[in-house]
Design a protein around this ligand. Structure first.
Ligand SMILES: Cc1ncc(COP(=O)(O)O)c(C=O)c1O
Length: 423
């Protein structure tokens, strides 16, 4: 019979958070703030990671299935990547001109990604998505952006509107993932003005479960976008190198005009990119400007070259897909065995559990269940997030994944004892 685990010792994390709040607004920014987890139960500061694990400042060790919100596709502290990065540091990596490794990196992406005829390396996911929509606007001479999914923190797509001019927000409109009629309606509403449709090919708007594309959906999005003379952009910041080596576009067989990649490309080093058709990308030779002091730095590029080499050499995306398929099946089994009012969602490399409000549950018991569940999983040393899907990394061992599933089953059993589901 599962038993409740005691609260973790988090004294150092909590003390550092008090200090952080004095130094920076809110202590830490955005999604890493404690209220995005279970406040008082999760660590706030980490010291190091190894393989599929992280360790906090109080010495607690966790199986990490958040993977730094996506960049860690291999594992923490990956020796082969450390080696090439250290070698690059010894030669310098930030110069006034570009370095040969840039050509190698761009060629690697062109070899791997179906839509990539040309590539522009940048630094963050938000850089890449903002550059892609600027290219689309420059190419079409139109200004409206239709979007679906999370695309970063820049003005055209930020979800919290403080500090953003209304005029900017008015140029972006949203459609529903998986519902082709919703896109059609928006294209009609902005007829003749749409520069691009930008979509995360696997649906994961923040508040919803992760969804695989329904059959024929991405094809229909492409056809409709082109019918309206707009550019189709796949935001593959999360799915890139995970759904397959060439991204979701390769796995689901639909090639967009442009695509953005980031996160997993360098196993944690800050580099992202826009890739796409030569005809559209070439607008950057003419009237679209892009430049930043740090874009040509080479540490990230050597890390990306080594990371993508390992991904290909060891067939990592397919291996993660296989293990994720088994993991999802085990999650289904747990939920079915316990008759839990929880839904398993996600594609194999990005599993998730959704606690949805049931009809006739005015007390929002699902929120209490969710909080209790995540309290018990973190106490069992499993680092997962209530509001963000999880990831499987290559260095998660079979033992890590079995322990994760045991923690999930026990926590769900306890949750249902405390908040029984109506049968
Ligand atoms: C699909 C997607 N696009 C863009 C971004 C923005 O990336 P970044 O946080 O690196 O700016 C994210 C970040 O989570 C993302 O998931």
């Amino acid at each position: 019979m599962a038993r409740e685990y005691p609260k973790l010792k988090l004294d150092k994390s909590l003390a550092m958070f008090e200090e952080a709040k004095r130094l920076s607004p809110g202590g830490v920014m955005g999604i890493r703030r404690p209220y995005n987890f279970v406040e008082g139960e999760y660590p706030i500061f980490l010291t190091h990671g190894y393989g599929g694990h992280i360790v906090d400042v109080d010495g607690n060790d966790y199986i990490d299935m958040l993977c730094a919100y996506g960049p860690i596709i291999l594992g923490y502290n990956e020796p082969e990547i450390n080696e090439v990065v250290k070698a690059r540091i010894d030669k310098g990596f930030c110069f006034s001109l570009v370095q040969p490794v840039q050509n190698e990196f761009e060629q690697r992406i062109i070899d791997m990604v179906p839509c990539a005829e040309m590539v522009i390396p940048v630094k963050t996911g938000s850089d890449a998505t903002s550059l892609a929509v600027r290219i689309a606007r420059g190419y079409t001479d139109k200004s409206v952006i239709l979007r679906c999914g999370y695309h970063g923190w820049h003005d055209w797509c930020v979800e919290v509107h403080g500090g953003v001019p209304e005029e900017t927000l008015a140029l972006t409109d949203e459609f529903e993932y998986g519902d082709i009629a919703s896109l059609e309606e928006k294209l009609d509403a902005h007829k003749g003005k749409v520069a691009c449709v930008i979509i995360t090919p696997v649906g994961h708007p923040l508040a919803k479960p992760v969804q695989a594309p329904p059959p024929g959906y991405l094809e229909a999005v492409k056809e409709l976008t082109h019918k309206h003379g707009a550019v189709l952009i796949f935001d593959e910041i999360r799915t890139g190198f995970r759904a397959s080596l060439g991204g979701a576009q390769e796995r689901y067989g639909v090639t967009p005009d442009l695509a953005t990649f980031g996160k997993a490309v360098a196993n944690g080093y800050p580099i992202s990119l826009v890739a796409g058709k030569k005809e559209i990308m070439s607008i950057c030779e003419k009237k679209v400007f892009v430049s930043s002091t740090f874009f040509p730095n080479s540490i990230e590029m050597v890390a990306a070259l080594k990371c993508t080499e390992i991904l290909k050499r060891e067939d990592v995306p397919n291996k993660i897909w296989e293990r994720g398929t088994k993991f999802l099946a085990e999650l289904e089994k747990i939920v079915n065995d316990l008759k839990a009012p929880v839904r398993v969602s996600g594609i194999p490399p990005m599993p998730f559990l959704t606690f949805e409000q049931a009809p006739g549950d005015p007390d929002k018991t699902y929120k209490l269940r969710r909080e209790y569940f995540y309290t018990q999983t973190i106490r069992r040393g499993l680092f997962i997030q209530p509001f963000h899907h999880w990831y499987i990394a290559y260095r998660h061992t079979d033992e890590d994944l079995t322990r994760a599933l045991t923690a999930i089953r026990e926590s769900m059993e306890l949750m249902l004892e405390k908040y029984p589901a109506k049968q």
